[in-house]
Design a protein around this ligand. Structure first.
Ligand SMILES: C[S@@+](CC[C@H](N)C(=O)[O-])C[C@H]1O[C@@H](n2cnc3c(N)ncnc32)[C@H](O)[C@@H]1O
Length: 230
């Protein structure tokens, strides 16, 4: 994989590709394929060996806040397929001999050198000990790009998403080192007021951010929390 640590914007903004019409394909999947093959972040991620276009979101957020520094220990919640793990491994210089980046997901993740991943559900409290035991220390950084499967029912989707933010925050407040960083995927309008208030009480700096790589039409956004208080 090439080192894209400085390259946070895709270079390819070329001509749009068309796809052949097929009677069998549903309109929604045709639109998805069209969007994927013309998305400069997808093209660049493939070129550079990133597992997902999401890698660029973390690169862009880190470009602004610069929290992924060498030797920091990182836990990535909802890490599959592994784009954020790859970025974190590069930035903190995690190696096979000294793994500083670990992740968990309900889905399996292909091996990413310099990282260790666990299959598990963050709702399962036993996962906390497993992760901290492997890392041998509390993390300096906790990332959560977790997303629930949306079903199209606005209130249910909103509840499921809020629940994931809540779990990630709970995990963070139990396990993050003092002065540590928490980055979490939230949704349009930012984090729920109640959760945001907790974040503001616990961290010295809290801000919502929508990186360029996050599709403008997507309701996703991120909340970055810096400097956990004692
Ligand atoms: C948007 S993807 C993460 C992409 C990742 N950051 C990357 O760069 O490749 C969201 C992930 O959250 C995971 N997820 C959702 N709910 C979870 C849960 N309760 N516990 C663990 N992982 C979960 C999903 O399986 C999915 O892989």
């Amino acid at each position: 994989m090439s080192d894209l640590s400085k390259n946070v914007l895709p270079s390819n903004r070329g001509k749009k590709q068309k796809i052949r019409k097929s009677n069998k394909r549903k309109l929604s999947s045709t639109n998805w394929i069209k969007r994927q093959i013309n998305d400069p972040y997808v093209i660049e991620a493939n070129k550079l060996g990133y597992k997902s276009r999401a890698a660029f979101k973390l690169l862009q957020i880190n470009e602004k806040y610069n929290f992924l520094k060498p030797n920091r220990k990182v836990i990535d919640l909802g890490c599959a397929p592994g784009g954020w793990l790859q970025v974190a491994v590069q930035k903190v210089r995690s190696t096979e001999n000294e793994v500083k980046v670990i992740g968990v997901d309900i889905l399996p993740v292909d091996n990413i050198p310099g990282s260790k991943t666990f299959i598990g559900d963050i709702n399962d409290s036993a996962i906390d000990k497993k992760l901290i035991d492997f890392l041998g220390d509390y993390p300096d950084i906790i990332l959560s790009d977790m997303a629930a499967n949306v079903i199209g029912h606005k209130q249910t989707d909103h509840l499921r998403t809020t629940q994931l933010i809540e779990i990630a925050l709970d995990f963070t407040l139990k396990n993050l080192k003092k002065n540590g960083t928490f980055l979490v995927k939230t949704f349009k309008g930012g984090t729920e007021t109640e959760l945001l208030n907790i974040m503001k009480k616990k961290f010295n700096y809290v801000k919502n951010i929508k990186p360029l790589a996050s599709r403008p039409e997507s309701v996703e956004s991120y909340t970055v929390c810096l400097d956990l208080k004692g």
